[in-house]
Design a protein around this ligand. Structure first.
Ligand code: BGC
Length: 760
């Protein structure tokens, strides 16, 4: 691992190896579908059973694994956890020169929110409510990663997540299937371009199929129990959207779904994915997922695990080598038909052919440094970070900061941390190079402003993260208590000496992500205590949050005059935050996830069903008798330095027949003094039907920029796609005659209402 890291630091110095000609932009593969099929058939006719199993085996470049030896034997079709451009070409040479059939390998890596230029974490990108921006961001990520020799990324992660305790909530688009589907499709378009693995692009992978975000108790990897209605209405729509956008691959999830492991879940992989959605690509397990089938108490041993996963429709075994060890024997003994192996191998060979890897298997890295250092990529990352900022509170116009400030104290453990600014899920071997919030403020404040800094006591996980276990550089001894105490006092003193205090608090990069669930949503460590002492000084305080999940900031929401949610904003994060603090940019993002008051309220989401004592009734508020039931901040919420007014809501026509579409129109006006962005959101509620339906569901949105005084009419379609749902009672998709409430506004509590009737 350390070697991997060391070598990849040298990325920029790598000048290698030129084989293919210049990259030609292509909108479709050079081979037609028919030619691809013919070539696959011809190749398969020459393959031994072991060679076929090799294509279904993904080998890791981890200590104890031997990618080179495995490839040489024809035992691997793809490689993961390697990030060394020169090594890619060397391994590819083994594949195409030393193996019998010369089949190239695919290099796969988790390029989640950037390769060298790191974009805001996915939850932040969703807060932009800007699919076109997300598409551009992932196109940059693809361009950089492909230039380094990567073919396949394990992104987008499109698990709907409604439980703020779950660490992986940071990797997805939040709680809503409609927003999630829009962001999933945008990411697939950005990563893949015109087709999976087009020049300068990657093969994308929709993960983790499916419902991984609904883990019991928000505990990562724990089982999931959801009804078919919830599965189809809530958790599957982003995956279906990814298929419609042409995603090349899928990854199965780790956990049991209704007692059947997702890795060997025939209903998910065969009935839904291949059957209903006609997905033509391939499915990879999550890491070690096939071997896990034994741990899960599903398969008795490795041979059974291999057989049942393949039977269920799982194509590639990631890293566990269970297929490599057992599949051939299962076929030879007659327990598994060869046709199932063939069926799994075909889409993998087809993908390699479409990418042109048989003709041009190597990566020309001579221009790599140029691609990775492209100023346009930094500019895109800065714009993405700006658009993901959510202004949660701004009493007395604390923000933007005044022009005549003499001094600013920037306080908190995250204020000057590159890694925590870039955030969760960094590419293997990447060295964080983010502009921190402190640097951003220093750069923008101007020579006349004194900017001081104190980090306060460090924050750390009680149990080390998965990444700390793998990457020794991340392991640091804990700060001794007396040092922490001195840091605390220093932080308060620094705040006392300044006119304005910017507190940069939240979670470190590895406090969210995989294996990073929490039982509390409080600010970890002594941050809350520090915040309270600093606020008690009586100065204007701005809280900038860097975090990968909703935090329980109930106290801050009442006592800190300004709160800016900056998430983990990536390489250009510090610049973007400074842009907003000084008013060069007006924050316009909106929460893609409900902020509960505390962990005990999770899962909390807006699209829940009504019940006895519905909301609005006095008693609703007492779902818990020991505190309010309402969210701290609702889904879709976010303020601006300006204000917006809605008027003229109309649904045209206001009555339609099932199958027809109506248009929802509204005027939105900037009623303040500065330009700003509003995210116009459309929610519906079906008043009666075969099943009870959620009190509100997002069914349309548009982010618009308005000058002061400017008014725009926004039209949003409302048709069969938006009005249908999977009925658990009827076991089918239905669009029913019913009355619908329609709301449009700036968050999920929008009050402007109209009515749509769907007639029989
Ligand atoms: C994660 C996946 C990831 C894979 C490969 C697993 O632990 O769950 O999201 O793609 O590792 O790194």
């Amino acid at each position: 691992m350390r070697r991997i890291l060391r070598l990849s630091w040298r990325l920029a110095a790598v000048t290698a190896f030129l084989l293919s000609g210049p990259v030609v932009a292509a909108t479709r593969p050079t081979l037609t579908d028919q030619e691809v099929e013919q070539k696959v058939t011809a190749l398969m006719a020459r393959m031994t059973l072991q060679e076929k199993v090799g294509q279904l085996t993904q080998v890791g470049a981890f200590p104890g694994m031997d990618p080179e030896g495995t490839i040489r034997k024809g035992g691997a079709g793809s490689v993961l956890w390697l990030n060394e451009p020169e090594k890619f070409n060397a391994l590819q040479r083994v594949a195409v020169e030393e193996t019998r059939l010369k089949i190239p390998v695919l290099f796969a890596l988790d390029v989640i929110h950037g390769y060298r230029t790191i974009f805001p974490v996915p939850l932040a990108m969703a807060a932009s409510w800007d699919p076109a921006g997300y598409e551009r961001a992932q196109a940059v990520a693809a361009r950089e990663a492909r230039a380094a020799g990567i073919h396949w990324t394990f992104a987008p992660m499109i698990d709907v997540a409604r439980d703020a305790r779950w660490g992986r909530i940071v990797e997805g688009a939040g709680e809503d299937p409609y927003l999630g589907a829009a962001m999933a499709a945008a990411q697939v378009r950005g990563l893949q371009g015109p087709y999976p693995g087009a020049p300068g692009r990657l093969i994308a992978c929709a993960k983790h199929f499916a419902a991984y975000g609904a883990a019991d108790g928000g505990r990562d990897y724990d089982p999931v129990y959801v009804s078919e209605g919830q599965l189809r209405n809530v958790f599957l729509p982003p995956f279906h959207a990814a298929v419609k956008a042409g995603v090349g691959s899928f990854m199965s999830a780790y956990m049991d779904l209704n007692d059947v492991p997702a890795t060997a879940n025939r209903f998910l992989l065969r009935d839904v994915l291949r059957g209903e959605w006609a997905f033509p690509g391939f499915v990879v397990s999550d890491a070690f997922g096939v071997a896990n089938l034994v741990t899960q108490g599903f398969a008795a041993d490795g041979p059974e695990a291999a057989r049942r996963a393949l039977e269920a429709g799982l194509g590639v075994d990631m890293a566990s080598n269970t297929y490599g060890r057992h599949l051939a024997a299962e076929v030879e003994s007659g327990r598994l038909p060869l046709s199932l192996v063939d069926e799994a191998v075909r889409p993998i060979l087809a993908a390699k052919l479409r990418m042109g890897l048989f003709d041009a298997p190597f990566t020309d890295t001579s221009k790599l440094a140029e691609v990775l250092e492209a100023p346009a990529h930094r500019e895109e990352a800065r714009e993405a970070a700006r658009r993901s900022l959510v202004l949660l509170r701004n009493e007395d116009r604390t923000l933007p900061l005044g022009k005549d400030l003499g001094s600013i104290a920037v306080v908190g453990p995250l204020a000057d941390s590159r890694m925590d600014t870039e955030g969760s899920w960094m590419v293997f071997g990447h060295r964080p190079a983010a502009v921190t919030v402190l640097e951003g403020i220093r750069g923008r404040a101007g020579a006349g402003v004194k900017v001081t800094h104190a980090p306060g006591p460090e924050i750390r996980r009680e149990i080390p993260s998965m990444f700390e276990e793998f990457i020794p550089e991340l392991k640091k001894p804990a700060q001794p208590p007396e040092e922490a105490e001195a840091a605390f006092r220093q932080a308060v003193a620094t705040a006392r000496d300044a006119e304005v205090v910017v507190m940069v608090l939240g979670e470190t990069a590895h406090m969210s992500g995989e294996s990073a669930s929490r039982a509390s949503l409080d600010l970890p460590g002594r941050q809350q205590e520090l915040l309270e002492e600093v606020v008690a000084l009586g100065k204007p305080v701005v809280l900038v949050l860097l975090n990968g999940r909703p935090l329980g900031i109930e106290w801050a929401a009442e006592h800190v005059p300004a709160i800016l949610e900056a998430w983990q904003p990536g390489t250009e994060g510090g610049h973007a935050v400074a842009d907003a603090l000084f008013g060069d940019v007006n924050p316009g993002g909106k929460l893609p996830v409900t902020f509960p008051r505390k962990a005990a309220h999770a899962p909390l989401y807006y699209a829940r069903n009504l019940s006895h004592q519905p909301e609005g009734s006095e008693r609703y508020r007492s779902r818990y008798w020991d505190g309010p039931t309402t969210p701290l901040y609702p889904f879709g919420y976010g303020l601006s330095y300006t204000t917006f007014a809605y008027s003229g809501l109309a649904v045209t026509p206001s009555a339609i027949a099932a199958g027809q579409a109506a248009t929802v129109s509204v005027d939105v006006e900037n009623t303040g003094a500065v330009a700003g962005d509003e995210v116009v959101q459309l929610y519906v509620h079906q008043r009666s039907g075969s099943d009870s339906r959620p009190r509100r569901e997002l069914k349309g949105f548009r982010r618009v920029t308005l000058r002061p005084g400017e008014k725009k009419r926004i039209d949003l379609p409302l048709g069969p796609d938006e009005l249908r749902y999977w009925s658990t009672a009827r076991g089918a998709w239905v669009q029913e005659p019913a009355a619908f409430d329609v709301w449009v506004g700036g968050d999920s509590t929008a009050a402007t209402r109209a009515r749509l009737t769907v007639a029989r």
